[in-house]
Design a protein around this ligand. Structure first.
Ligand SMILES: *Cc1c(COP(=O)(O)O)cnc(C)c1O
Length: 376
């Protein structure tokens, strides 16, 4: 069976975890956490990066920093993971869903402005498959209306838009290091902060509402409870696992991109013949091969293809059920405008196996079976 995902593993993880244990500081903000934060700051050019327990938690931190509360509205795509909405809904906000572009599956930047109301506080964009949203336009709309831009860059680490790292363009960015992502620590994430004025508050919210971060740096002689907050620090053992992969980030990225390109080359003929659609990477976007998906004609064909691949020992999977059609989406959100593409395109989409160290022969076998299904 070719599984859909194999969590990334470079071989150095166990050494680093042992080191973390031997350091006798396995709680949060130890040596490896600091190394990960520094690596991300250098790579993305962000003022501050803070490792968190998940991308969901990083997004919750952005809701706290943007002071989003009861009755506020946050504009986002419906075609996303639940966390994008959860983080704001948890603060009492309403999720306002806008349709996506069929070429990238990202929020349609041309539909955002019409969804802005007096209650809108933020635009939460999702860089689907590590392909950047049209950020110039989105930043311009946000500026004109005084809105925060929060990037759900869970899938976007090592990818960029017009030379800027995804997650480092809006006010706040959120990465995920879940085992299904390009770099992993099992469960984990990071918050990226562009403007230094938010750093102190972010540290306080992340440390149970206290100034313990300052205390550890020797800036105060005792730490105090200053605000509400929660516990968003991952253990340094998890950070040690992640750091082994960040050190090899370029190699992992190149390995994934090579497989992605091989998928593309081998399926291009089917796309040209109009049998399937392939993902498109707009000019100015550099992606990170987080995902390789194809689109069938419709739901029925997609499911038949998925079944056929399964019978041939290939684990291919569909993706998000649009949030606006889910029970919590109906309760906590509303769709603004027409759902032209969100439901239709998600029905067509099928993700093929993609992970670090996926073999070339496996890509050839998978693409061969896809072609066989289409009689090509
Ligand atoms: C994986 C993912 C998340 C959630 O990440 P966690 O680290 O598991 O909280 C959120 N948004 C998107 C778009 C994702 O792909």
């Amino acid at each position: 069976m070719i599984t859909f995902n194999v969590p990334p593993f470079t071989g150095k993880e166990m050494d680093y975890i042992r080191q973390a244990v031997e350091n006798q500081k396995i709680c949060g903000d130890g040596e490896f956490t600091k190394k990960c934060n520094k690596w991300m700051e250098e790579r993305t050019g962000t003022a501050k990066c803070l490792l968190t327990t998940s991308c969901t938690h990083a997004t919750e931190l952005t809701a706290l920093l943007a002071n989003i509360g009861d009755g506020d509205e946050v504009i986002m795509p419906s075609y996303t993971f639940v966390s994008t909405a959860d983080a704001f809904v948890l603060r009492g906000a309403k999720a306002v869903f806008v349709d996506i572009r069929p070429d990238t599956m990202n929020i349609d930047e041309n539909l955002i402005e019409d969804a802005v109301t007096e209650k809108t506080k933020a635009i939460a964009v999702v860089h689907y498959a590590g392909v950047g949203c049209e950020m110039d336009k989105i930043m311009e709309i946000a500026k004109r209306h005084g809105l925060y831009v929060i990037e759900d860059a869970a899938q976007g680490i090592m990818a960029s838009y017009k030379g800027k790292a995804l997650g480092a363009i809006g006010d706040f960015g959120c990465y995920s290091f879940h085992e299904t992502k390009n770099y992993s620590m099992g469960e984990g994430g990071a918050l990226l902060i562009q403007d230094g004025k938010f750093i102190e508050d972010a540290e306080i919210f992340r440390e149970k509402g206290t100034d313990r971060s300052k205390y550890y740096r020797g800036q105060v002689d005792k730490y105090r409870w200053l605000n509400y907050g929660s516990s968003y620090l991952p253990s340094d053992m998890n950070a040690a696992y992640l750091y082994a992969q960040l050190e090899m980030a370029d190699e992992i990225n190149e390995n994934r991109l090579a497989r992605w390109n091989r998928y593309w080359e081998r399926l291009f003929g089917l796309a040209e013949a109009g049998k399937i659609a392939l993902p498109s990477i707009p000019e100015g976007c550099t992606h990170n091969a987080h995902m390789f998906y194809i689109k069938a004609k419709d739901l029925e064909e997609r499911e038949a293809l998925r079944k056929f691949l399964g019978e041939n020992e290939i684990h291919a999977v569909f993706h998000y059920v649009p949030l606006h059609s889910a029970p919590a989406g109906i309760k906590f959100g509303r769709f603004h405008g027409e759902d032209r593409y969100t439901t239709k395109e998600s029905d067509r989409l099928l993700r093929l196996p993609m992970f670090y160290k996926l073999k070339e022969e496996e890509v050839d076998y998978i693409t061969g079976k896809v072609k066989e299904f289409y009689g090509a």
